[in-house]
Design a protein around this ligand. Structure first.
Ligand code: PMV
Length: 354
């Protein structure tokens, strides 16, 4: 075999990862530079809402080229976003310029459910690119090196994707409370928290599955001129140290308080940016109030959080699953669009696929 043929052969292979979404407890809202956060954020890693991505790679005829299918079909909008991302990735992994990538991706949850899929999609894609890099260059053998690179590359696609790389819980952004934390990539914090949170459950109540009136990237941008931006970043930092303490000690009362105020501050920022906008719908507010009443009357430590959309995440300890699920089905589901909700839970993070 000639040397050229041997190196061409090493440029052929297949990698695949399934990577989950995550739900932020302390919210990332506001960025600068190349997807760098204005404040640290922490999230729980989910299980059921995941993207599986497979890449078959081979030498390209010229520069980097790719073809893309989402759930067995062409998807021009996703393909364009993947194309922009891959072009940026050639600066990170130069040998991508010598490859053709056939990318096949699918979600475990309905794409139209209004669930943000960018965290699972970009973390799965970044993990695949790191696997290709390692298969060819053997440069990422340490798990921590591998994960940090995957997290950093995922961040460049979508900030929140940086946090999907780890089991149970992840923190992204420099924070005095966690040694080794960085704005460049997320770090695992699952090992630092009480066991109750490693089996936490997240019922995602789909209030509206339609497209959002204002995208998250437009929302991040509005923070640049926001009159309350600096105070919001200070609050997020304060909440970060308080929630890490609550999670270390298993203080559910404090956890509930902090998670809900974070969700409310996120939406308050939207309501008073210029131009202002409102993503909550009447049924989101109805559900929020019902959750608070349920907590008061049962003393079960349920709480809600909300991403940049109208859907409500109901977070609760696994031990309370039986009564909480009765509450969801009997009381909350009537306020969900077409009765739709996703029964998710904290999980083990991305899994490499055979
Ligand atoms: O990752 P992006 O740019 O879609 O921003 C996500 C922002 C929130 O979901 C609202 C909060 C977060 O930290 O996940």
């Amino acid at each position: 075999m000639t040397e050229a043929a041997a190196s061409d052969q090493s440029l052929e292979g297949r990698v695949a990862w399934a990577s989950p979404s995550n739900i932020a407890l302390i919210k990332y809202w506001g960025k600068h530079g190349v997807q760098l956060p204005r404040n640290p954020s922490v999230s729980l890693t989910l299980s059921q809402c995941a993207t599986t991505t497979e890449i078959i790679y081979k030498p390209s005829a010229g520069d980097l080229s790719f073809d893309f299918e989402f759930e067995g079909r062409p998807h021009p909008a996703f393909e364009a976003r993947v194309g922009t991302y891959l072009s940026a990735m050639t600066a990170e992994i130069p040998m991508l310029d010598r490859l053709h990538l056939s990318i096949r991706s699918s979600n475990s949850f309905p794409h139209s459910s209004g669930i943000a899929s960018s965290a699972s999609a970009f973390s799965a894609l970044a993990l695949c690119l790191c696997s290709i890099d390692h298969a060819i260059n053997h440069n990422l053998s340490e798990d921590q090196t591998y994960r940090r690179k995957a997290s950093r590359l995922a961040r460049l696609g979508s900030g929140s994707a940086a946090r999907s790389i780890y089991a149970h819980a992840a923190l992204w952004g420099k924070s005095g409370t966690i040694e080794g934390s960085s704005d460049d990539y997320a770090v695992a914090v699952g090992q630092d928290i009480d066991k109750v949170f490693t089996t936490y459950r997240d019922a995602i109540l789909i209030v509206d599955q339609g497209a959002k009136s204002t995208s998250s990237s437009a929302g991040h941008q509005l923070m640049n001129e926001h009159p309350y931006a600096n105070e919001r970043y200070n609050q997020a930092r304060l909440h970060m140290s308080q929630i890490m303490e609550a999670m270390r000690t298993g203080d559910l009362k404090r956890f509930v308080e902090l998670v809900e105020i974070e969700a409310m501050q996120l939406h308050a920022m939207m309501m008073c940016s210029r131009p202002y906008y409102l993503l909550l719908s009447p049924n989101s507010i109805k559900i929020i109030n019902l959750i608070r009443e349920f907590r008061k009357s049962t003393q079960i430590p349920v709480c809600f959080t909300i991403d940049a959309g109208p859907n409500i995440h109901l977070l609760y300890p696994a031990d309370d699953q039986a009564p909480v699920q009765v509450f969801i089905k009997d009381v909350l589901v009537p306020y969900c669009q077409a009765g739709m909700w996703i029964d998710d839970f904290v999980g083990l993070g991305p899994q490499q696929q055979e």
